[in-house]
Design a protein. Structure first.
Length: 335
C-alpha cells in the first residue's frame, strides 16, 4: 500500500562499544516510497523514522500512524517521500540475543544501535543526507544521538516522548525493577533457560502501566474486578517477549547521555513531549530547558486530551503530525 520493501544489511565483524565482536550482524529494515535523486545523483527525499523500545519498523504501519503520516497529502506522503524504517539491533528481524547466543550476546548500548542504523542508511541504502530524523520514545532518544553524532547528516530532527539526558530518576527506577525481576527469576538461569521464565512476568505490567495515562487506565479499569482483569491481561501480553531480548532492550540505554554534546547539533530541532506522560512528566521540564542553547530549536508540550494517552500518545500520529508538518515546512528548500 505504501510501496513497502524489506531488506537486510549484513555487517561482517561488527565491533561493539564493549570491544566484543560478532562475525556477522544482520540489520533488517523496511522502506516506503521511492528514492528521488537530485542533479548530482544524491538521494534528496529520504527521512528516517526510529521505533520505540518494544517496537520494530512495522510499528509505523499501525492504523493510528501510517494513514496519518504516509497517505496522500500527509506530512510524509510516500508519493514524494522515501521513508526508511530500520529494526534496531536486538529487535525484530535484526540480530538479537534470542537468535541463539542468549546471555552470551555482546552487551550492546544505544550507541551500537545508532551505529547500525547509520550503516543501513549510508552503506545499505546509499543516503548521504536525510531530510528528517524522527523517533518515538527510545527512537526519540536515538534521534538525539543522531543529531549529536552525525550533525551534518540531516536537515531536521524530531525527538518524540523522551528527554535528552541520561536515564535516571523514575525512568531508571522502573527499568531497574523490571530487569532485576528477570535476573532474580529462578527460571532465568543466568539467561540460559530452556523454558521461558515466568515469575518475572508478574512485575511486567509495570511497563504497560508507565506507558499509559492515569485517565485511560481509570477508564479501562473503573472497578476492582476490572483492574484485576486488566492486570492479568497485561501479564499474558508480556509473555510474548523473550526474557533475554527484553532485558537487553531495557538495559541498552546504559550509554545514553546526549546532554553534554547538544551544542554540536546543526539540524533544526523540534522536541515534543506529552503533558500526561508519566515517564517524561511536565514537572521535569528538562527538554524545554536544555534545548534553549540550540539555535532555532523549539519545544512543544502537547496538552493532555480528554481520554488521555500518556506516553502512548506517540502511537497516535493525529496528535503530533501538525507539529511534524510545521517542522518540514520550516526546512523546505534547505540544503
Amino acid at each position: 500500500m505504501y510501496g513497502e520493501r524489506e531488506g537486510d544489511l549484513v555487517v561482517r565483524d561488527f565491533r561493539f562499544q564493549s570491544g566484543e565482536t560478532l562475525p556477522e550482524v544482520r540489520l533488517h529494515y523496511l522502506t516506503l516510497g521511492e528514492p528521488r535523486r537530485d542533479a548530482a545523483g544524491r538521494i534528496d527525499n529520504a527521512v528516517l523514522l526510529l521505533h520505540q523500545t518494544g517496537g520494530t519498523s512495522r510499528q509505523f504501519l499501525a492504523p493510528t500512524l501510517a494513514p496519518e503520516l504516509f497517505g496522500p497529502g500527509q506530512p510524509l506522503d510516500v508519493a514524494r517521500t522515501y521513508v526508511i524504517l530500520p529494526d534496531g539491533l536486538g529487535r525484530g528481524g535484526s540480530t538479537k540475543p534470542s537468535d541463539g547466543l542468549r546471555a552470551r550476546f555482546p552487551r550492546y548500548g544505544y550507541g551500537d544501535v545508532v551505529r547500525g542504523q547509520h550503516l543501513v542508511v549510508t552503506e545499505g541504502l546509499g543516503v548521504e543526507r536525510l531530510r528528517l530524523v524522527a523517533g518515538t520514545s527510545m527512537g526519540g532518544m536515538h534521534s538525539w544521538m543522531w543529531a549529536v553524532r552525525y550533525p551534518e547528516a540531516m536537515d531536521a530532527v524530531m525527538p518524540i516522548a523522551c528527554q535528552p539526558i541520561a536515564i535516571s530518576g523514575r525512568n531508571l527506577l522502573f527499568r531497574k525493577i523490571l530487569t532485576e525481576s528477570i535476573r532474580n527469576d529462578p527460571g532465568f538461569r543466568g539467561g540460559d533457560y530452556r523454558e521461558p521464565p515466568r515469575h518475572w512476568l508478574h512485575t511486567a505490567p509495570l511497563w504497560a502501566m508507565m506507558l499509559e495515562s492515569p485517565a485511560r487506565l481509570q477508564a479501562e479499569a473503573p472497578t476492582r474486578a476490572a483492574a484485576v482483569a486488566l492486570y492479568e491481561r497485561m501479564v499474558a501480553e508480556a509473555s510474548r517477549w523473550d526474557a533475554n531480548d527484553f532485558l537487553y532492550w531495557v538495559e541498552s540505554s546504559w550509554d545514553y547521555d546526549p546532554q553534554p554534546e547538544l551544542g554540536k547539533i546543526r539540524a533544526r530541532v523540534l522536541a515534543l513531549n506529552f503533558a500526561d506522560d508519566a515517564i517524561n512528566p511536565p514537572e521535569l521540564p528538562l527538554a524545554a530547558e536544555l534545548i534553549r542553547g540550540i539555535p532555532g530549536a523549539r519545544f512543544v508540550l502537547v496538552p493532555a486530551s480528554d481520554d488521555g494517552g500518556g506516553h502512548l500518545a506517540m502511537t497516535r500520529a493525529a496528535v503530533w503530525k501538525p507539529y511534524l508538518a510545521e517542522l518540514l515546512r520550516s526546512i523546505a528548500g534547505a540544503r
